[in-house]
Design a protein around this ligand. Structure first.
Ligand code: GLU
Length: 443
């Protein structure tokens, strides 16, 4: 049996956003549910744009989700492997030197378009003789290197999208090595997938045509071709893709805004799938339920309002055991208070303000026309000990002795005791606040 090994391969040119959290998580769930390994591969061959700070940030973003890769590799440290592959491809005639400048290529593409032809590379460099090349190099030109495609329908069975055909005849031979000897993404990815024995490549559907090219490269290098699964891309409500520039949706920003990692993870991974968006207990729980076949073929539109409501639902049912370490860090380690207040949380951090409803300080709000009523209420406040029945004993006594009922009775009490017109159930809040503090708030 082939062992399951997946990789998540971000380019460390910024922090992760919701859109690239999707493959990070889908790979993680796949590895978890199949007892497989998860490799984190930093695609940092673009020296100008990749930074170590971004790479470290990505590791932190993944750790927030509880993702712990079994191995971390950096492409910048693996150049010798790519150099070897280049030797192999040159020897078999699949990699050929080209000397066109960007300008020349641009002009040719324009000309092709004007003639109604597809703007694909015309392989002029294949016709160069040794003398031509020597002359070009004597002029100071350095070659970039293209992979010679077979130009055929490359077929593969996509784990998400079903049978796929990519016709490489309609594609330009891809440049694998730049003039300065640096590598573009295409070759190192294949070399690493072979070297690290990747069994499944799960990535965005923007890579489908790459897969056609890369399958040819796998075969040219004599490597085992992994299975591919291309997922739909997360978009905003207007159908626009997420980019690193949409900073407000970077995972680190969402984290700072106080969202739960699991809420963000559920939205990133399950939007645009047939698995419902719900407060799952853990990522392991999702891994057990999600199958790649559940990923829809249509768009995956992210709705920020859904993130808010999911985040709230997760908090409303969060057990004290789960919340306890974070509560302790805030000095709010009180089970009864948590159980009462959690229902009013939109973000976990709201607990700090809400706890003041119990511990104070509270700024009572008493309208002039309620003043006498509140004085009466203060006098009728039952003696301790207090429990959950205290509230009805008190309000029944008030109903009997004043002409108030319903909202006219309850709202002034709430405003005086909490300073707000909504919030936790007063019946449960009262015993936690205690008689003395209530008396103070009813002044
Ligand atoms: N670095 C590539 C990207 O972020 C990786 C694609 C792949 O998974 O092969 O798009």
């Amino acid at each position: 049996m082939v062992s399951i090994i997946v990789r998540y391969a971000p380019s460390p040119t910024g922090r992760l956003h919701l859109g690239n959290a999707r493959p990070a998580l889908l790979n993680w769930f796949f590895a978890q549910s199949h007892g497989g390994q998860y490799i984190l591969r930093m695609d940092d061959t673009d020296f100008a744009r990749s930074t170590r700070t971004s790479a470290d940030g990505i590791e932190a973003d993944l750790a927030w989700f509880g993702i712990s890769p079994s191995l971390l590799v950096r492409q910048s440290e693996r150049t010798a492997l790519y150099d070897q592959a280049v030797v192999t491809l040159k020897a078999s005639g699949r990699l050929y030197p080209c000397y066109e400048t960007e300008d020349e290529l641009d002009r040719r593409r324009k000309r092709a378009r004007a003639l109604g032809n597809p703007p694909i590379y015309d392989r002029a460099a294949l016709k160069l003789t040794d003398d031509d090349r020597a002359r070009l190099e004597a002029e100071g030109r350095k070659p970039h290197w293209r992979f010679k495609l077979d130009g055929r329908p490359v077929q593969f069975s996509d784990l998400i999208k079903g049978p796929q055909t990519v016709n490489t005849a309609s594609m330009s031979d891809p440049v694998l090595v730049r003039e300065d000897g640096s590598y573009l993404y295409t070759l190192p990815s294949v070399v690493d997938d072979i070297d690290l024995k990747i069994s499944h490549v799960i990535r965005g559907e923007d890579h489908v045509s790459n897969t056609g090219t890369q399958i040819e490269i796998f075969e040219a290098l004599g490597g085992a071709v992994p299975q591919f699964g291309h997922h739909n891309l997360l978009t905003d409500a207007e159908g626009q893709g997420f980019s690193k520039r949409l900073g407000s949706l970077s995972l680190s920003d969402l984290r700072e805004q106080g969202y739960e990692a699991i809420a963000v993870g559920i939205m990133a991974a399950l939007t645009g799938t047939s698995l419902s968006i719900e407060p799952y207990a853990s990522f392991a729980d999702i891994a057990a339920k999600l199958d790649l076949s559940m990923i829809s073929h249509g768009p995956a539109r992210f709705d920020p309002a859904e993130l808010d409501s999911l985040n709230a639902r997760i908090l409303h049912t969060m057990s004290f055991e789960t919340a306890q370490p974070r509560l302790a860090a805030l000095g709010l380690d009180n089970e009864a208070a948590w159980t009462l207040l959690r229902e009013n949380l939109a973000r976990f951090g709201d607990i700090v303000e809400l706890s003041k409803l119990i511990t104070g300080p509270v700024e009572p709000v008493i309208a002039a026309e309620d003043r006498d009523f509140i004085t009466a209420a203060r006098e009728l406040l039952p003696a301790e000990p207090w429990d959950e029945t205290t509230w009805s004993t008190w309000t029944n006594a008030l109903k009997a002795s004043t002409d108030r009922k319903g909202k006219a009775l309850f709202l002034p009490l709430r405003m005086a005791l909490t300073g707000r017109h909504d919030g936790p159930e007063l019946k449960s809040l009262l015993p936690l606040v205690g008689r003395k503090a209530c008396l103070d708030r009813l002044l």
